[in-house]
Design a binder for this molecule. Structure first.
Ligand code: 26V
Length: 803
C-alpha cells in the first residue's frame, strides 16, 4: 500500500517538531521526545484525513453508524495507526537510525483500559474495520478517568489498584471544542394546566473528547467520541454566598463522579445509581447531539432512519431507545407513535451473553427517581407492547410472560432492546440459535425476521501483522501481502501445506515469540519459560463458566501422574494463564490464588519442574495479549457448552497458529467447521447433552465416583498447596445441593483424553505444523472487516463512502 506521506516529508515534519519544541536534532532526540514527535505527526495526519473523509461522506449523505458501547478496549494506538497509514516500516527505520528499537518507542504509550474483556475489544475492532472499509463509523462512550482495575498479586491473591490511565502519554484524545451537551437528571414531572413540566432537575455537562482511528489502506477514519462529565458552571450561588464551600465541592464532585470509573461496584444502591447515571449520561449526550446535527442538516427528522443507525453493544446503552423517543417527541414535535416508529427503524441490538445474572434489570424506582422522563417513555413502550401482543393471533401465554418489559417492579433491558430494534443479533452461529430458540424465543415467534447472526471478528492486522511480524513476513513471502486488505486470501496458504521452507519460517517465528514471552514473564513474575516446551495458553476474563478451574484440574492430574511415574517420557509443558477477576467475585479470586499457589509448589519441586511450569501473568491487557497469543501452541477454549457467546481470543489464537483444545461452544463451532476435525481437538458435552441432564447433582457425583483420577485431583485440593488449603474448591466441585455448577467434573475425562491426544501429536513436529498452517490459512473468515460488511448489509443498511 502507498504511505500517506513519503519519508522525506516525514523526516521534515519530525525534525521541525523536535527543533521547535525541544531545540534538538532528530539524531539527538531522547526516546520520549521522539515518541512525542511521532504522536504529533500521526495526530495531525489523522485529523486531516478525518476531515477529508467526512467532507466526502457528507457530500454523499452516507449513513452515520453510531456504535454505542460502555467499553472500547482500543489497546495502544500509535503503532496501529502507523501501520494502517502505511508508515510503519518507514517510522521503524527512522527510529532505528536514532539508535532505538521501534517497540521501545511504542511502549511509551499507555494501554488505555477502557474495557474489561471481549465486548470492549470487539467495539474497538469494529472502529478499525469500519474505517478500513470506508464506512462512516462513530463510536460513543465515556472518558473514564480510571480504567478497569490494575491487577497484582500478594501471596497469590489478586489485589487491585486504580488505573489512572489518562496521562500525557495519551496523545490522540483531544477535546472537541464547543461540543458539549447538557444532560438533565433527577427532578420530577409536574402537571400544571394539563401540561407536563420537568422541574427541579440537575444539569450536568457532557464535554466531548475525540480519538481518531485510521483504516488500513483506505480513506476512512473512525471517530471515537468519549464524553466527560463536568458540573454545570452555574453553580449554586446561594451556597457560594453563604460560604458553604463544602456543599459546592460536594455538588461538583457528585456530577464529576459519573465519568470517574469504569464499572463502579454495583453491590450497593449508590453503586447502582452511579452505573445508571453513567449509562444515561453518555447515551443522552450522544442522542441529543446526533439528532440535533441531523436536524440542522436536513430540517426534518422523518429521514432519520435513512441517515443514522444507532447500534447498542449489549444492553448497557439501551436507554438510548427511550431517550431517542423522548428527544424526537419533546424536542422535535413528533407524536409518540411516530417517535417510536422512527426509533425502531434506527436502533439495532447485539446480545453478548446468555448468562442470566448478566442480563440487565433495573428497579423501576431508580428510573422514577433519577430519570423520570425516560421512565414515562418506557411505560408508554410497555403499553404499546402489551397491545401488540393482544392483537397478535399466535400469542402464547408462556411467552408473553417472558417478553414483557416492565415486570415485578423491574425494567428488563434486553426485552426492551429486542422490542424496539430493527434487528437483533447474536455473536456466533450457535449463540444466535440459542437467542432464537431459548433466550428470546417468545420474540422470535412474533418477529422471526428481526433475528440474525453476525459471528464476531477481530482486527487481524493488529493480531497478526503487528503482534507477530515474523509470521506475517513468512506469509507475505509465500502468498504476497494482499491478505492484509482481503483476508480471504489467507486461504491461498492451504496450497502450501507441505512447503518446508514456509513451515520452517513459521516455526522460527513461533520460537522467537516464545523467547520474547519468556523475557516478559521473567520481568513480570520472575519466572522464565522454556521456549522448547509446549506453551498451553488460557487468557480471558476469569469466570466460572470459562472453566479455568477445569484447566487447573488437568494440570493437577498431569502433575500427579508424573509424581507417580517419574520416568514417564513426556514433553515439557508450560501452562500460561492471564485473567482479571471482578474485585468482588469470590470464586474467581480463589481460582486465581489456586493457580498461583500451584505454580509456586511446582516450581519448588525439583522432580517435576523441568516438565511442568505454571505461570499466571499479572494485569492482563491488550498489550500482554499481543505478546502471549503469538507464542501459544495450544489455545484453551473450554467453556461449558452454551455459555460462551462467541469468544474472540479463540480467533486471535487460531490466526497465530495455535491449535484449539475446546468445547463445542461459541465460535469454536465455526472454527471447527472451517479447519476440519483433524486440525482441532474438540471434547466434552454439547449444548444438547447439557440440557438433557436431569439430575445435575447425581450426574456430577457419578462422574467423580467413576473416575479415580478425578477423585484424586479433588483430594489433592484438600491437601496443603504451598501453605494454603483449597478444600472450599473441592467442596464446590463435589458437595452441597448444586455441586460443580459448570460441570468441570462431567467434562473432565474427555478433556484429559483430548489433551493427551494433542500432546502426542505435538511431538510429531511435521504433522503438528501442518495443522498450525491449516488453522492460519482458514482464519480469514474471522476478520472484523467481514463482520462489519455483514452488519452494514444486513443490519444497518449502510453503504461505503465511494472514492
Ligand atoms: C458479564 C457478567 C457479569 C456478571 C456475572 C456474569 C457475567 C457473565 C458474562 C458477562 C459478560 C457480558 C458481556 C460480554 O462481555 N460478553 C462477551 O462478548 C464477547 C464479544 O461478543 C464474546 O466474544 C464473549 O463470548 C462474551 O462473553
Amino acid at each position: 500500500m502507498k504511505a500517506v506521506i513519503d519519508k522525506e516529508n516525514l523526516l521534515d515534519i519530525l525534525s521541525s517538531f523536535l527543533y521547535e519544541n525541544y531545540g534538538v536534532k532528530l539524531k539527538d532526540a531522547t526516546k520520549m521526545q521522539l515518541y512525542n514527535a511521532f504522536c504529533y505527526v500521526i495526530r495531525s495526519i489523522l485529523k486531516n484525513k478525518y476531515h477529508d473523509f467526512i467532507l466526502e461522506a457528507s457530500k454523499q449523505e452516507s449513513k452515520r453508524i453510531c456504535y454505542l458501547s460502555m467499553e472500547f478496549l482500543v489497546g495502544k494506538t500509535l503503532k496501529n495507526n502507523m501501520f494502517n497509514l502505511g508508515l510503519y516500516d518507514m517510522a521503524s527505520d527512522i527510529i532505528k537510525d536514532c539508535s532505538f528499537e521501534p517497540d521501545e518507542i511504542f511502549s511509551l504509550e499507555r494501554d488505555p483500559s477502557l474495557g474489561n474483556g471481549g465486548l470492549g475489544r470487539l467495539a474497538a475492532a469494529y472502529m478499525d474495520a469500519l474505517a478500513s472499509s470506508d464506512y462512516r463509523g462513530e463510536g460513543y462512550s465515556i472518558l473514564y478517568e480510571y480504567g478497569f482495575l490494575r491487577q497484582y498479586f500478594r501471596d497469590g491473591e489478586q489485589r487491585e489498584l486504580p488505573d489512572r490511565w489518562l496521562d500525557s502519554s495519551i496523545y490522540n484524545i483531544t477535546r472537541a471544542d464547543e461540543k458539549s451537551v447538557i444532560v438533565k437528571i433527577g427532578g420530577n414531572i409536574v402537571n400544571s394546566d394539563g401540561n407536563n413540566k420537568y422541574d427541579n432537575y440537575t444539569e450536568i455537562i457532557a464535554q466531548a473528547y475525540d480519538m481518531y482511528i485510521s483504516g488500513y489502506d483506505s480513506h476512512g477514519v473512525s471517530r471515537l467520541r468519549l464524553w466527560k462529565c463536568a458540573s454545570n458552571s452555574n453553580f449554586d450561588m446561594d451556597a457560594m454566598l453563604k460560604g458553604d464551600f463544602n456543599e459546592l465541592i460536594s455538588q461538583r464532585g457528585e456530577s464529576e463522579l459519573i465519568s470517574m470509573f469504569l464499572y463502579p461496584p454495583d453491590n450497593t444502591r449508590e453503586g447502582k445509581i452511579l452505573r445508571l447515571m453513567q449509562q444515561y449520561f453518555f447515551v443522552s449526550a450522544t442522542v441529543q447531539q446526533v439528532v440535533a446535527e441531523h436536524y440542522k442538516l436536513y430540517r426534518t427528522i422523518d429521514n432519520l432512519p435513512e441517515k443514522v443507525a444507532f447500534h447498542i453493544n449489549d444492553t448497557h446503552p439501551a436507554i438510548c431507545i427511550p431517550e431517542l423517543i423522548r428527544v424526537l417527541s419533546e424536542d422535535y414535535g413528533a407524536d409518540f407513535d411516530t417517535a417510536l416508529k422512527l426509533t425502531k427503524e434506527c436502533v439495532s441490538y447485539t446480545n453478548h451473553t446468555v448468562m442470566p445474572e448478566a442480563l440487565e434489570c433495573w428497579e423501576e424506582k431508580l428510573f422514577i427517581e433519577y430519570i423520570p422522563r425516560v421512565y414515562d417513555v418506557i411505560c408508554e413502550i410497555n403499553k404499546r407492547q402489551t397491545k401488540d401482543i393482544y392483537k397478535c393471533s399466535t400469542r402464547e401465554w408462556n411467552n408473553v410472560q417472558s417478553i414483557g418489559i416492565i415486570c415485578d417492579g423491574n425494567i428488563r433491558m434486553a426485552n426492551m432492546s429486542v422490542y424496539c430494534s430493527r434487528k437483533v443479533n447474536g455473536v456466533s452461529a450457535l449463540h444466535s440459535d440459542i437467542l432464537k430458540n431459548e433466550l428470546f424465543s417468545g420474540f422470535y415467534n412474533y418477529t422471526p425476521e428481526k433475528f440474525t447472526n453476525v459471528t464476531n471478528g477481530i482486527t487481524y492486522r493488529r493480531w497478526l501483522c503487528q503482534a507477530n511480524s515474523k509470521l506475517a513476513l513468512a506469509i507475505d513471502n509465500c502468498i504476497g501481502d494482499g491478505y492484509k486488505k482481503y483476508p480471504q486470501e489467507m486461504l491461498n496458504l492451504s496450497k502450501h501445506l507441505n512447503d518446508k521452507s514456509l513451515i520452517d519460517d513459521i516455526r522460527d517465528a513461533r520460537h522467537f515469540n516464545k523467547v520474547r514471552l519468556s523475557d516478559i514473564s521473567k520481568k513480570l513474575t520472575g519466572i522464565s519459560l522454556d521456549p522448547s516446551s509446549m506453551y498451553d495458553v488460557q487468557v480471558k476474563r476469569l469466570h466460572e463458566y470459562k472453566r479455568q478451574l477445569l484447566n487447573v484440574m488437568k494440570i493437577i492430574c498431569y502433575y500427579l501422574e508424573i509424581k507417580n511415574n517419574p520416568s514417564l517420557d513426556i514433553m515439557p509443558k508450560t501452562f500460561i494463564f492471564a485473567a482479571k477477576s471482578a474485585p468482588s467475585y469470590y470464586h474467581a479470586k480463589r481460582i486465581i490464588k489456586l493457580i498461583n499457589k500451584l505454580s509456586e509448589m511446582i516450581s519448588r519441586d525439583v522432580a517435576v519442574r523441568e516438565l511442568i511450569n505454571v505461570v499466571f501473568l499479572p494485569d492482563y491487557n491488550v498489550w500482554l495479549a499481543e505478546n502471549i497469543i503469538p507464542a501459544a501452541d495450544i489455545s484453551e477454549q473450554i467453556s461449558l457448552a452454551g455459555k460462551e457467546a462467541s469468544g474472540t481470543g479463540n480467533m486471535k489464537l487460531m490466526l497465530n497458529g495455535a491449535i484449539t483444545l475446546g468445547t463445542y461452544d461459541g465460535a469454536n463451532v465455526e472454527i471447527s467447521e472451517l479447519v476440519g476435525e483433524d486440525n482441532i481437538y474438540i471434547f466434552g458435552m454439547r449444548v444438547d447433552d447439557v440440557s438433557k441432564i436431569k439430575d445435575r447433582r447425581q450426574t456430577v457425583l457419578n462422574s467423580i465416583e467413576s473416575n479415580t483420577r478425578l477423585s484424586q485431583v479433588i483430594e489433592f485440593l484438600r491437601g496443603d498447596i504451598c501453605g494454603e488449603n483449597f478444600s472450599d474448591i473441592a467442596d464446590y466441585l463435589s458437595e452441597g445441593e448444586y455441586p460443580d455448577p459448570y460441570f468441570c467434573t462431567v467434562d473432565f475425562d474427555s478433556y484429559i483424553n483430548a489433551f493427551r491426544a494433542l500432546s502426542t501429536d505435538y511431538r510429531d513436529t511435521k504433522k503438528f505444523f501442518a495443522k498450525v498452517l491449516s488453522n492460519i490459512a482458514r482464519s480469514g473468515y474471522f476478520a472484523a472487516d467481514r463482520a462489519i460488511a455483514e452488519y452494514a448489509d444486513n443490519i444497518w443498511g449502510a453503504d461505503r463512502v465511494e472514492f
